[in-house]
Ligand binder design. Sequence first.
Ligand code: BV8
Ligand code: ZN
Length: 240
Amino acid sequence: MIDEVRDRIAAATRIVAFTGAGMSVESGIPTFRGPEGLWRKFRAEDLATAGAFRRNPKLVWEWYDSRRQNMARSEPNAGHIALAELQRRKPEFTLITQNIDGLHDRAGSADILKLHGDIWVLRCVRCGREVEDRRVPLEDLPPRCECGGMLRPAVVWFGEYLDPGVMDAAYRAAVNADMFLTIGTSAIVHPAAGLIGLAKEHGAVVVEINPAETAYSERVDYPIRGAAGEILPQLIPPEE
Ligand code: BV8
Ligand code: ZN
């Protein structure tokens, strides 16, 4: 299966890679729904919400600050690097990620469609100003804007809408894709996961890279059971 997929990637023009938390596991960043997906006694769905932030901004920020500290210590893995290489070879390549860790950027990927935002950007809840802030740890939690307003992570929380411009670009890429690689996602969170079915309906060859089964495994053309950091370099080998 790997050889066939590698040859089809080499021949394809419009390739979309759609990534989730599993992409960063080999970089040392825990997934959401794996055993280590808990933080203290909370689940992501409990903390990654506007309600949790309103009720207890300090607790939510403690969680994000600890994630930022872990992400700052992490490096892009061979999977991130392979996707950046694929983008260099394929002008019509699109990277869509649910991840907020910034590892695709650090691996050299460009024009990334970040469906769920970016943990390194803070947004003021009062004046809306956005600022990139990579300091770890952050001094006082919650951090404050110059206007005095509270800053939140510029990420999409559960119950919040995704950026319509980003979602629109992602829909277009999925609809026009020759190949759609879904990598390291349990395909549970919507509307992101819906991109897989959309690509399939519009004729894309769908490849799933995941050590485990997912909600879409029956519908993909090539279900590859393996880790992103091991499989992607085999699918995107160094050019002779
Ligand atoms: C929305 C940013 C419209 C924050 C994230 C009830 C009320 C309100 C909404 C809903 C509801 N019921 C359902 C919904 C919709 C909800 C949703 O889908 N919920 C799920 C839990 C059912 N979606 C939303 O709320 C979205 N907004 O719908 O707005 C709306 C508005 C109002 C009311 C109704 C609707 C917003 C969703 C965005 C949430 N923000 N992240 C943050 O990160 O802190 S989601 C979060 O989950 C991350 O972005 C993460 O990437 C994403 C998806 O998870 P995965 O990436 O798939 O990670 P997961 O742990 O699940 O899986 C990892 C996979 O990797 C596994 O399959 C594993 O096998 C694999 N793996 C492990 N190791 C490896 C590997 N793969 C490859 N290599 C390895 N080495
Ligand atoms: Zn402000």
